[in-house]
Design a protein around this ligand. Structure first.
Ligand code: DMJ
Length: 659
């Protein structure tokens, strides 16, 4: 005992005392002593006293079990009834409508024959995506994600095996495993190492605008592009009223975001000029922080897509150089990437004001990093990004829904963060589905997490307005309190839902998509400018005076693409031309209220046609996404085969596995 006391005194600053081997017999004799005492005490009790004690013990155990269950199981809809009415969803879950009917009969996206590459014969001989679908009865999947062993598929398929640049792969791996500092050694220049030679004959040809509406979009594109070319060449954004440029990351964002749009519109001269700028002037020696997500979806995505469409190896080299720097972002204790990267010092960190990363950002880089691995045959890009998806798969979610912040140091969600399909949450859900498609529908946990999330949206976020029964998706504050607020960003969701249905997911998702897209369209149509605001509040009370309203601070329009994106998916998948007509109305409103002298501008208010408060800013995604989706929407035949291509969240098409 003395020995024990001495040790305890010696270790009194340590809260848990662990006996050394020499102390072990002292401790065990103490335990024996206590056990004998307890037995004597028990024997002295009457039978009644014993029964009362045993019953109390059972009740206590029962309570503890119930409490543990509540803490560890996912919250159920009933927990939210105190905050929200039960959603009135009535989708027909037995619909048998076939959305595969819009499979393009003519391969409009085509490779040149003979000289460059043999025509893509054999494609017809292979089972098509539609033929490969599991039969519908197999599609009733569990709504709660099962814990599956997520097998990482091989990064490079048999079909596309470039020569491995072992030196480069080694170099990147050594950088990624630097420990414990995140910074890279700037001396290890990756760009001096030659990239692999791409396969020959990757060039794809497009026929250019065919319909009057497409021609109007090309005219709008050229108006914006010429302003950018004249006043902001090589800068991130155009200031279309004052005629100047603006830099955010100093990476030529508008130019790179526009490359594939020009290629698809068959604007060959414009594409060539921009391509030459990328070759001669795009530099990653940028002495400032860039955002990992934005740089990945816009720059890496834009370069990769330009590579796949044009077959130009210069884009591959630029993609590889950039990916080799960006990959440092994943070097955190949990593997959840930091939000910011300093391209010159090759170091990663969170912003000064917030240690957390954004959930949608860390989970919206996987399509691009996987594609980079496939074309370079360097697996670490895909591995780093896929680890994030696997990690998030294993975190607790609320019926598949996730809070919008996650901490790189711990790998945990910030549980009090908002749950939303809008800003900072949106593309987490989008990339679950798109990754599943990109990997040939072989990684079940991606599909299952997506399906669970769509169920969660229906149960917890979907409501309808009182007056016109408009379907909308609200938010959960603190993971609990329902707010009937919907960002314009949410309007990407109908397109994603429809894409899932086209790939064999349940048909009721299409009803959900159609209802939500109608609401998105109404957020344009019911404004006096015909343009939607950034945020809309919906009304569900019995005495509502309107379906929705807009606060002055939320009334701006940044030329965002999401509604047009969804119109394109719904049109291409259902063939219903009303989506083209809705898009045409929206396009007219953009022309009327945002077209200015040197391009198109964001506006401060959609509420007052006489005072739209132009902001003198044209975001890169207007050319990269909005006008591209208008162009695709107004085509009378599908330009991209959704069997073979998957669009990243910035509208850059990448080959899916089937390609
Ligand atoms: C784009 O950069 C991408 O579409 C992103 O996913 C969301 N925000 C903008 C467009 O609104």
């Amino acid at each position: 005992m003395d020995q024990l006391k001495t040790k305890e005194a010696h270790h009194q600053h340590i809260s848990v005392y662990v006996p050394a081997a020499a102390d072990y017999h002292v401790v065990s004799s103490q335990i024996k002593f206590s056990a004998i005492g307890a037995r004597r005490w028990w024997n002295r009790l009457s039978r009644l006293q014993k029964s009362v004690l045993l019953m109390t013990l059972c009740i206590l155990l029962g309570f503890s079990f119930l409490i543990a269950l509540t803490w560890t199981s996912p919250a159920t809809a009933s927990e939210f009834h105190q905050h929200q009415p039960i959603p009135n969803h009535n989708f027909n879950t037995n619909s048998n409508e076939d959305y595969a009917i819009r499979r393009p009969e003519v391969q409009v996206v085509r490779r040149p024959a003979a000289a460059d590459v043999p025509p893509r014969r054999g494609r017809q001989d292979k089972p098509t995506l539609w033929g490969e679908l599991p039969n519908k009865s197999n599609l009733e999947l569990p709504t709660v994600p099962r814990v599956l062993k997520p097998d990482l598929e091989p990064a490079v398929t048999e079909r596309s095996k470039p020569k491995v640049n072992k030196q480069l792969a080694e170099n990147i791996r050594s950088i990624i495993s630097l420990d414990p500092v995140v910074a890279l050694d700037p001396q290890k220049s990756l760009s001096v190492i030659d990239v692999n030679k791409p396969e020959d004959g990757k060039k794809i040809e497009f026929e250019g605008p065919q319909t009057p509406r497409q021609k109007a979009v090309v005219e709008a594109f050229l108006h914006a592009w010429n302003g950018y070319r004249k006043y902001a060449w090589g800068q991130d954004h155009l200031k279309p009223i004052s005629g100047g440029g603006q830099d955010w990351f100093s990476l030529g964002l508008t130019l790179i975001d526009s490359l594939d749009t020009m290629y698809i519109m068959n604007l060959q001269n414009e594409f060539k000029e921009a391509r030459d700028w990328v070759e001669s002037s795009l530099s990653y020696e940028v002495p400032q922080n860039v955002n990992l997500f934005e740089t990945t979806i816009r720059v890496l995505g834009g370069l990769l897509s330009a590579y796949h469409l044009s077959g130009d190896p210069m884009f591959l080299k630029k993609s590889q150089d950039l990916g080799s720097i960006l990959v440092v972002g994943f070097k955190s204790p949990s593997g959840i990437p930091y939000s910011d990267i300093n391209l010159r010092s090759k170091s990663a960190h969170g912003p000064a004001w917030n240690p957390d990363s954004t959930t949608s950002e860390v989970s919206t880089v996987q399509l691009e990093f996987r594609d980079l691995s496939r074309i370079t045959n360097i697996p670490i890009f895909e591995e780093s990004a896929m680890n994030v998806s696997k990690h998030i798969h294993n975190l607790h979610k609320l019926q598949g829904l996730v809070p919008i912040h996650i901490t790189p140091s711990t790998g945990n969600f910030r549980s009090t963060a908002v749950i939303t399909l809008g800003a900072r949450g949106d593309s987490y859900y989008e990339y679950l589905l798109k990754q599943w498609i990109q990997t040939g529908k072989t990684i079940d946990f991606l599909r299952d997490d997506y399906l669970a999330a769509v169920e969660g949206m229906k149960n917890l976020l979907l409501q309808r307005t009182k007056i016109s029964n408009l379907t909308f998706i609200g938010e959960l504050e603190n993971g609990k309190i329902f707010k009937p607020k919907m960002d314009h960003l949410v309007c990407y969701l109908p397109g994603t839902l429809a894409l899932g249905v086209a790939h064999g997911l349940p048909n009721w998702h299409m009803d959900f998509a159609k209802e939500l897209l109608y609401t998105c369209y109404q957020t344009y149509k019911r404004q006096p400018t015909g343009l939607a605001p950034e945020i809309t509040f919906f009304q569900t009370e019995n005495d509502s005076e309107a379906d929705f309203f807009v606060k002055n601070n939320d009334a701006h329009n940044l030329l965002r693409p999401e509604t047009v994106e969804s119109l394109w998916y719904l049109y291409q998948i259902t063939g219903d031309t009303k989506y083209q007509d809705w898009g045409w109305e929206i396009f007219q409103s953009f022309l009327k209220y945002t077209r200015v002298q040197h391009g198109f501008t964001s506006i401060g208010s959609v509420l007052h046609p006489e005072n739209t408060r132009p902001r003198d800013m044209m975001e890169s995604f207007f050319l990269g996404e909005t006008l591209k989706y208008f162009y695709l929407l107004f085509s009378d035949k599908p330009i991209f085969d959704l069997n073979s291509w998957i669009f990243n969240t910035e509208a850059h098409p990448l080959p899916s596995r089937d390609h």
